[in-house]
Design a binder for this molecule. Structure first.
Ligand code: HEC
Length: 170
């Protein structure tokens, strides 16, 4: 009969509903997603995703260049996902807490190098084959790994146990 109190209660209940699911939502997703975790600090995770989006841009550019037989553009775009000392260091850092991740990442960049080799030989078929092999490396890694955002203390603990001294030699 007096709408004021019930309205306030309803609003309070709604506010509680809106807040409640948040803490449970991330673990719920994590349970569904059975891929192996790659522990990363928030900044590293952000950086990795930026790189990933740029990898997709590089693939887009390679396909576009294939459509116009622009071998120089294929070579340039492939260079962005190819192996370099800097890329290797970054992958080693990103994979420090995820056994097998860095090896897979380095193999991927070396596969992508084949695109540039084929483009410089102006060999369309070889470019297409190398692009196919590269995309298989992308999809295989995505099927195997997911990001796991952790704090500094957790990251240090996980990387200390997963990569004993190995990081130093490379
Ligand atoms: C060595 C592993 C690995 C390889 C190789 C790899 N990725 Fe990823 N990629 C990841 C991980 C891990 C994520 C985060 C996935 C998650 O948490 O759901 C990701 C996410 C992405 C995303 C989503 C970015 C966002 O903003 O959310 C895109 C796009 C992507 N990758 C593109 C590519 C492309 C294109 C290639 C190949 C040319 C590639 N990746 C190769 C590991 C890899």
């Amino acid at each position: 009969m007096r709408p004021v109190v019930p309205t306030a209660l309803v609003l309070a209940a709604l506010a509680a509903c809106a807040r409640e699911p948040a803490p449970a939502a991330t673990p719920e997703l994590d349970t569904m997603d059975e891929r192996k975790p790659v522990p990363l600090l928030p900044m590293m995770a952000h950086h990795q995703k930026q790189n990933m989006r740029d990898h997709l841009v590089a693939v887009e550019e390679i396909v576009g260049a294939l459509a116009t037989d622009d071998f120089a553009a294929m070579e340039r775009a492939a260079g962005r996902i190819g192996f370099s000392e800097k890329m290797g260091q970054m992958c080693t850092h990103m994979g420090a807490g995820a056994p097998g991740f860095t090896e897979r990442a380095l193999a991927f960049h070396h596969t992508a190098d084949e695109i540039a080799v084929a483009a410089s030989a102006r060999d369309r078929t070889a470019v297409t084959k190398a692009l196919d092999a590269t995309l298989k490396a992308c999809t295989a890694c995505h099927a195997a790994y997911k990001q796991q955002i952790v704090d500094q203390a957790t990251w240090q603990k996980l990387t200390a146990s997963a990569a004993p001294a190995a990081g130093k030699g490379h």
